[in-house]
Design a protein. Sequence first.
Length: 548
Amino acid sequence: MTEETIENDEKQELSTVERAELLMRQDEAVARHINAGESIEDTVAQTSKEFESESHPEQVLVRVAKRAEMLKNGVSPYPVHFDVTTTIEQVRAQYDGKLEKGQETTDVVGIAGRVMFLRNTGGLCFVQLSAGDGTTIQGMISKREVGPDSIKAFKRLVDLGDHLFVRGRVISSKTGELSVFATEWQIAAKALRPLPALHKELSEEQRTRKPYLAMIADENARNMVRNRAKAVASLRRNFDERGYMEAETPMLQTVHGGAAARPFVTHMNAFDIDLFLRIAPELFLKRMLVGGVDRVFEINRDFRNEGVDATHAPEFTMVEAYEAYGTYDTMAALTKDLVQRAARDTFGSTTVTLASGEEYDFGGEWKQITMYGSLSESLGEEITPETSVEHLRAIADKLGLEEEAAENHGKLVEHLWEHFYTEDPRTLWAPTFVRDFPVETSPLTKSHRSVPGVVEKWDLYVRGFELATAYSELNDPVVQRQRLVQQARQAMAGDDEAMGIDEDFIEALGVGMPPAGGMGMGIDRLLIALTGTTVRETITFPLVKPLQ
């Protein structure tokens, strides 16, 4: 890091601190005006004038002033505890459709939720409270029931977005709206920033930078969080029923490996060494096979320092699983069941409705093709593991494909195959296993048992994108060292995604790893497949470039 970079970072940090201190002084100024007996309106006007363009927005100042007034009057804007007896969902489940218009009960409940609608004129105020899942109920605050001072405070202090506690009888209003007729109310948490306009669709900027707003305002965003949780729970149940043990492996690694990807690099001060953020847990899970854990899986966070698009994110979640004495065929059957069951557990069927409204069927048997066979079919000539690099490069040049760094036979074959099969998502629209890859691009995979020059690996494609991959795992330490040395040579030739030589892993293989099948599947991509959305919509808090 240069001195100029350090200086710029210090300036940025100082600017951030100065901005925070400025806003803090505004909050203090608001409290000072309120404690001096000024009205909320005058407080806002005076503070705006004092700080001019650097002030909080007016709506925020109004809410900060209300907070200050509550404190002045000895009322906490953020109390510790409420006697919430019933959730909004429970009230709905118990009384929905069971009360006539205007019917009242003697049942008293204490509920709490976020204020999503507010009508506070006259002697009867109405408020719509929302639970976290979007279930709503109406609260009714009557001057006759709570008293003139309480309803005056309600009108003065409560805003859209506040969390509100209401205690009262469950009734049906004159219009038939299920309601809680309040005998008391209290602000549970004062919202200092207004909600976005709920009648308008959130912008992409709001969704990605402030996903909590999307969860409040958008049912689809809330459902994504829940559906993701259901899908992950389904995977865990499925593995548990099959006798798999869940593991946790290191995120900080001394050698990056387990996949072809560019890693993130960090530094550990205590050991004074550079470390890599995990790109895959594979090599550690295989060490567990060596140790005698015959069926193991991990739902893990991985980090790859690569591009960002509709199906790629720098930080993402994967599930990897390994089964002793399994093969890539074993893992194909496992993966199909994992996906189909996740669809049923999340949406009730293997036929799901995508964001576009189109239906997609994960049911039945899935198609299987081979990489060399399908490429030969598309080119109209036979391509085999013996096809020369020169001939493959000539075909790529004829098709106008850009040459990539350190291209060998395997990379060229995959490059050509991707040209025909991944540019149009409809080409591999139905779930399809693409089998038997070049040995050069699969350094951790066993050679095919009957086809020389290829390895027992498949990639699963759904709607044109790769969802999962699996191998018959290489367990020969001599061949593994040869493969990793070749990877190291590719790295020296300019391949940023090539793996390093992990001698500790090779030593572990020397102790003896049983034959095994292994698979990896992106959790974010599973949600993309099930919902038809993008990776940013499936990740609750996607990484976005900071605003300057």
